[in-house]
Design a protein around this ligand. Structure first.
Ligand code: FAQ
Length: 322
C-alpha cells in the first residue's frame, strides 16, 4: 500500500517557486507534482471529511427508502442515495492520489477520529425531511461545492464537476417534494414547514464557523482550494433560498432575516454555534447512531472486500500464467 511518506516527492531547488507559479496562474497541481506538505495534509483533511460526509449522509435518507409514499418516490430516493455513495467513492479516490489509503480513511471514520459534516447528525422523523434535505442540505452543498470545481488540486476539482451536476438534480427533487406537500392538505403543509424549521439553521451551519473563527480559511484560500469564505457562501445560500421559499410558500424560521441595503448583505439572526461545536464533539442527536451503523456496515461488508481481493488475485495469477 502507498503511504503518504512514499508519495512525498523530495523537494528540489525550484519546486516551491514552480508550485507558487502554478497557483498564481490558475494552473492545476497534479498528483505527481511537488507540493508543500501542509497543502497535501489540508487536502487530505478536507477531501476525506467530504467523502465521509457523503457516506454518512446516506443514512438520514436511507431511513425513508422503505417508507417512501409511492414506487416512483422510492426509485428517485434510492437513486439519490446511490449517487451519494458514488460521490463518496470519487472523493476517496481523489484523496488516495495524495497518498492516504482507503483503509486508513475508513479507520479514521469508524474510530470516531475523523470529522464529517455536522448536518448528518440530525434525525429524519417525517417524509418532509426528504424534501428539506434535498432543498436545504443539497442546496447548501451546491453553493459550497460549485466553487470547488475550480480547486487548485486537479483530482479534487474534476471530481467536483460531476458531483455538482448530480447535486443540482438532488436539490430540485427536494424542492419538488416540498412543493407537492405545500400544495396538499393543511397537515402536509404543516409537515413541510416543520421540516424546514428543523433543517434551516443546521444547513446554515454547514458552511463552517464565521470567517473570524475559521482557522483554515486564509491558507486554503491562498492555495486556491477554497475560493470563497464560509460567510460569503452562507450569504449566497440565503440569497438563493429567499425567492425559492416564496414560491414554495414556506417561511424561513429567522425573524431577523432581511436584506440590508446599506451593507449590501443579508442580515441574519445568530446561528447557535454552541450547538454546532457540540455536534462536532460527537454530542449531536444522532452522532452515536450514525457511527454505530457505519461500523456495522463495515464489518458486515468484510466478506465482500475479501471476495473482491481474492478475485483480483486469481485474475492476476491467471494473467501471469497466460
Ligand atoms: N461539519 O477552518 P474551517 C453534502 C470543521 S456534503 C463538521 O472553516 P475549512 C452532500 C472543519 O473541518 C457536505 N465540521 O475549515 C450531501 C475544521 O476542523 P478541522 C460536506 C466542520 O475546512 C447532501 C473546523 O471546523 N461538504 O452535503 C463543519 O476551511 C445531502 C474549522 O473550520 C464538504 O465537506 C461542518 N459543517 O472549511 C450528501 C465540502 N464546518 O478539520 C447527502 C468540502 C467546519 O481543522 C445528502 N469542505 N468544520 O479539525 C469544505 O468546503 C470545507 O472543509 C468547509 C470547512 C467549508 C466544510
Amino acid at each position: 500500500m502507498t503511504s503518504t511518506a512514499d508519495l512525498a516527492i523530495a523537494q528540489g531547488p525550484d519546486d516551491q517557486e514552480r508550485f507558487d507559479e502554478l497557483i498564481a496562474h490558475e494552473q492545476r497541481i497534479e498528483p505527481r507534482d511537488w507540493m508543500p506538505e501542509a497543502y497535501r495534509k489540508t487536502l487530505i483533511r478536507q477531501i476525506s471529511q467530504h467523502a465521509h460526509s457523503e457516506i454518512i449522509g446516506m443514512q438520514p435518507e436511507g431511513n425513508w427508502i422503505t417508507r417512501a409514499p409511492s414506487l416512483k418516490r422510492k426509485a428517485i430516493l434510492m437513486a439519490k442515495v446511490q449517487d451519494e455513495a458514488g460521490h463518496g467513492l470519487y472523493l476517496y479516490s481523489a484523496a488516495q492520489t495524495l497518498g492516504i489509503t482507503r483503509e486508513e480513511m475508513m479507520q479514521q471514520l469508524i474510530s470516531g477520529k475523523a470529522k464529517y459534516s455536522s448536518i448528518f447528525n440530525y434525525p429524519t422523523p417525517t417524509w418532509a425531511d426528504m424534501g428539506a434535505i434535498g432543498w436545504l442540505v443539497d442546496g447548501a452543498a451546491i453553493c459550497n461545492q460549485v466553487p470547488l470545481c475550480r480547486a487548485s488540486y486537479g483530482p479534487y476539482g474534476r471530481a467536483m464537476v460531476r458531483i455538482c451536476k448530480e447535486e443540482s438534480f438532488h436539490q430540485r427533487q427536494g424542492f419538488e417534494i416540498l412543493l407537492t406537500l405545500m400544495q396538499g392538505t393543511a397537515e402536509q403543509r404543516e409537515m413541510a414547514q416543520d421540516a424546514v424549521n428543523r433543517w434551516y439553521w443546521p444547513s446554515l451551519a454547514m458552511f463552517g464557523p464565521p470567517d473570524d473563527q475559521s482557522p483554515n480559511s486564509a491558507q486554503s484560500m491562498a492555495w486556491k482550494i477554497k475560493r470563497f469564505s464560509n460567510d460569503e457562501l452562507r450569504q449566497r445560500f440565503v440569497g438563493m433560498l429567499v425567492p425559492q421559499a416564496e414560491i414554495l410558500g414556506v417561511t424561513l424560521p429567522d425573524p431577523e432575516l432581511r436584506w440590508d441595503e446599506e451593507a449590501g448583505r443579508w442580515h441574519m439572526g445568530e446561528i447557535d454555534w454552541d450547538e454546532f461545536y457540540e455536534v462536532l464533539r460527537g454530542n449531536g442527536p444522532c452522532n452515536a447512531e450514525r457511527l454505530e451503523r457505519r461500523r456495522t456496515a463495515h464489518e458486515e461488508g468484510a466478506w465482500v472486500r475479501e471476495a473482491a481481493a481474492e478475485y483480483a488475485r486469481r485474475r492476476a495469477r491467471r494473467a501471469e500464467a497466460a
